[in-house]
Design a protein around this ligand. Structure first.
Ligand code: CO
Length: 133
């Protein structure tokens, strides 16, 4: 079962510049930053209530996020739903014939994660995350 929206991923050209808007205009604060090499990004997580905004700045020009930015510009990149069993959620999506980006869960910023392909999700890249601590 999906429990809540864990975070919304937003692609930006420059993390520091984008953060100025989220901090000064919206009053949100970064609680975690990280480089996620296999996704080719620098990321900053901002808390808003029980959910987060995940700002993503590409650092690898050949990565998928860099290509997304080039093609579509800054803006919403993906929506992430929290689950307590990412394996089961992924298996359920596979059984329904939804095209997958990840065949197996992997380690991401939000815990154990996987992505469904936007061609099967009405155009929005969907992430499932099972937090680990
Ligand atoms: Co994400």
């Amino acid at each position: 079962m999906l429990k809540r929206i864990h975070h919304v991923g937003i692609v930006v050209r420059n993390l520091d510049e984008a953060y100025r808007f989220y901090r000064d205009a919206l009053g949100l604060h970064v609680h975690k930053t990280a480089e996620v090499r296999d996704q080719g990004v620098k990321a900053a997580l901002l808390r808003v209530g029980h959910s987060e905004i995940e700002l993503l700045e590409p650092i690898d020009p050949r990565g998928t996020v860099a290509r997304f930015l080039e093609k579509r510009g800054e803006g919403m990149h993906h929506i992430c739903f929290e689950t307590d069993d990412v394996e089961r959620e992924l298996a359920a999506a596979r059984a329904k014939g939804i095209p997958l980006i990840d065949e197996k869960p992997r380690r991401g910023l939000a815990g154990r994660i996987c992505f469904l392909h936007p061609k099967g999700t009405a155009g929005v890249l969907v992430e499932y995350a099972q937090p680990v601590d």
